[in-house]
Design a protein around this ligand. Structure first.
Ligand code: PAF
Length: 296
């Protein structure tokens, strides 16, 4: 596996692969890789001729300096995992190398993430999505035409990067976004790099998030289609002394509408703090449970 640090070298290697007629799979990560990332990597390796991954903790998407400081970093372990799972190239970089045009990181011109970024995470984490889109735009421009793999857990992020991929067509960059099922622990807790910071009692509380999403999914399976009652089921089931909910609601995943009450497609979305750790999760209510991968 090649390990690169210079975005120009990354771009050249990807271009040489394309010149040889090879299809590229790409996974953008902030490192601290877990089974969720590895499931994206496995799928990219299976579906493409060459696969590359970026490992970069992007300061632009953190509004809380403590959160950035405590974000887990394990570059050596991450590179080992990438290699083991058949990745052909992994790259990292610095703010300076990704944004050479900016005199300093505060001068980086942020990209507008579009309308679907304006609520939920967009409200609770101001600046988060423009930070995500600004780095992902840069990574997509470096890698070039590819299939890019993202996890469904961060559902709103998948909408935002899809919007970005439509915009990049104007620059003749073709990115196919592939959204992959959430990987969960046996208990149902969605895997996240932040789970490492949960104490045992917090993990027990955090499991309630999946239970609440499943209960809401069962309501859907029993033909409940009323958005307000589905959202109510989600919120009530989430009630727990150790969980502080930022938002818990049901939306139409196709049009992202929070208005229509009778739903023909639905996703439950949760963001909550447990023991000082902010967790997010989502579950399609209208799809069979086999869309979720559980660790054995
Ligand atoms: O999902 C993430 O880990 C990050 O938001 C991403 C897409 C790597 C951008 O930094």
């Amino acid at each position: 596996m090649k390990v690169l640090e210079n975005p120009q070298d990354v771009g050249k290697l990807c271009q040489s692969w394309r010149n040889d007629g090879l299809q590229i799979g790409f996974i953008a990560t902030m490192g601290a890789l877990h089974e969720g990332h590895l499931s994206l990597l496995r799928r990219a390796v299976a579906e493409n001729d060459r696969t590359c991954a970026s490992i970069f903790v992007n300061p632009l998407q953190f509004d809380d300096p403590d959160d950035l400081r405590s974000y887990p970093v394990n570059m050596e372990g991450d590179l080992e995992l990438c290699k083991k799972h058949g990745c052909d190239m992994a790259f990292s970089g610095t703010m300076e190398s990704f944004f050479p045009e900016a005199d300093n990181p505060h001068m980086v011109k942020r990209i507008d993430p579009g309308g679907c970024a304006s609520d939920l995470e967009g409200v609770y984490r101001p600046g988060f999505f423009d930070g995500v889109v600004t780095i992902v735009d840069r990574l997509f421009r470096i890698v070039g035409n590819c299939k890019a793999y993202f996890g469904e857990k961060d559902f709103q992020q998948t909408l935002v990067v899809r919007h970005l991929s439509h915009q990049l067509k104007d620059s003749n960059i073709e990115i196919e976004i592939v959204v992959c099922p959430t990987v969960r622990a046996k208990s149902g807790l969605a895997l996240s790099s932040r789970n490492q910071r949960l104490e045992t009692c917090d993990i027990i509380a955090a499991n309630q998030i999946y239970r609440a999403l499943k209960k809401t999914q069962r309501a859907w399976q029993c033909s409940v289609r009323d958005r307000k009652s589905l959202s109510r089921t989600l919120r009530i089931t989430l009630e727990h002394p150790l969980i502080s909910v930022d938002y818990a609601e049901v939306r139409n995943p196709d049009d992202w509408s929070s208005m229509a009450n009778q739903m023909d497609a639905a996703i439950g979305l949760v963001a909550a703090r447990v023991g000082g750790v902010r967790l997010i999760d989502s579950l399609r209510l209208d799809q069979p449970a086999c869309k979720t991968l559980h660790l054995t």
